[in-house]
Design a protein around this ligand. Structure first.
Ligand SMILES: *Cc1c(COP(=O)(O)O)cnc(C)c1O
Length: 355
């Protein structure tokens, strides 16, 4: 049966990415060897790294003066690398979910953290709007898409200090004004590649301003100097990322991804809003187009498990909500075709009729 993959992460990848990755595992770039067994210094792999970096720059229109890195350690490693490299005295953060809170926790190890706004009071069901970022903050950090709670900031905020964003779960789903940022980072396993690599886009001139000693591997300058090849990079995820980037470009870039993502989200949210059985969990104006969180209305709540089983008979996989929200979460990442969303909506309608 055809599967419809709504997992939140690791998550669906395009057939193009999977097919080309599988081929490179057997024969990489005509070398007669697997990509799993060649040197990262080989000319074939160096070309992969160069092209992947160039394509990130092209798709996101990264200006001069920025470097693109492919690092290990996950987005969670960036929670400490960012303050290690940028936090002199004070940084401002918004607390909009589990990942934001984790980032705040790490930053506190390096200096003063001003949590300028939080939506924790309502279990992170909205994006706080009215807050001021102190002018003397070294940077303002926010999570553009709150993967677990299904809220999203779909613009580049205007604040009077440099921005840092965790874009792990919505990078490449819209054009971004990179010039506003000192650092953008994104774990690959939501919208790009298998787990194991994190994209970091860093403004070169933002570095070298802190007094503390930075361990070599945690210093962005180490990786910039060596073209993201200081040590052995996660080669297979980078190869997969390159395939996805090529695929995005071929389809028309991030603008086209945004158009498709908006259409998918619109389809599912309107099904939720017109349903007697299902209800969304977040403020409509802050809804994520990547992770759609919804539950059953109180009178139907005992049917939640039954719906997940019913959906699985239609090939629908990965819609169980995160334990901190409950209910359902359908992740509509770039690689998910709208046909899968249609199947989910039909399943919801059919299930509702049945009861
Ligand atoms: C998944 C996720 C993370 C954690 O990523 P790891 O690569 O597992 O460390 C961080 N931030 C956001 C927004 C995420 O969605």
């Amino acid at each position: 049966m055809k599967k419809h993959n709504f997992y939140a992460g690791p998550s669906i990848l395009s057939e193009y990415t999977i097919k080309n990755t599988a081929e490179a595992i057997k024969d990489f770039a005509g070398t007669g060897l697997s990509i799993l067994e060649v040197s990262h210094r080989s000319k074939e792999f160096t070309a992969v790294m160069d092209e992947a970096q160039a394509l990130v720059k092209e798709l996101l229109e990264v200006p001069e003066g920025y470097s693109v890195l492919f690092l290990g350690g996950g987005a969670s490693m960036q929670f400490c690398m960012v303050p290690f490299n940028l936090l002199k005295k004070k940084a401002a953060y918004t607390d909009t979910g589990t990942w934001a809170a984790n980032a705040i926790k790490e930053a506190k190890l390096f200096g003063e953290v001003d949590v300028v706004a939080s939506s924790k009071d309502k279990n992170y069901t909205y994006i706080p709007k009215n807050f001021t970022v102190p002018e003397d903050a070294d940077y303002f950090h926010f999570t553009s898409n709150n993967t677990i709670f299904g809220t999203e900031v779909r613009f580049d905020p205007d604040v009077n200090v440099p921005l840092v964003a965790d874009m792990s779960s919505d990078i490449f789903s819209r054009p971004v004004d990179v010039s506003k940022y000192d650092v953008i980072y994104a774990g690959a396993q939501k919208n790009l590649a298998p787990a194991g690599v994190t994209i970091v886009i860093v403004k070169d001139s933002a570095l070298g301003n802190v007094d503390r000693a930075i361990p070599t591997m945690l210093d962005y300058r180490t990786h910039i100097k060596k073209g993201s090849m200081f040590n052995t990079p996660p080669m297979l995820p980078i190869y997969s990322a390159l395939q996805t980037l090529k695929y995005y470009k071929e389809l028309g870039g991030v603008k086209e991804m945004e158009r498709r993502d908006l259409a998918k989200a619109e389809l599912l949210y309107s099904a939720i809003d017109s349903s007697k059985m299902f209800v969304g969990t977040v403020e409509p104006e802050d809804r994520s187009i990547m992770n759609v969180c919804f539950v059953m209305k109180p009178e139907y709540v005992e049917l939640e498990k039954e719906f997940i089983d019913f959906a699985s008979t239609k090939g629908i996989v990965g819609i169980k909500g995160h334990r901190s929200v409950g209910g359902f979460r359908a992740s509509l990442y770039n690689a998910l075709p709208i046909e899968s969303v249609k199947v989910l909506v039909e399943a919801m309608n059919e299930f509702e009729k049945k009861h």
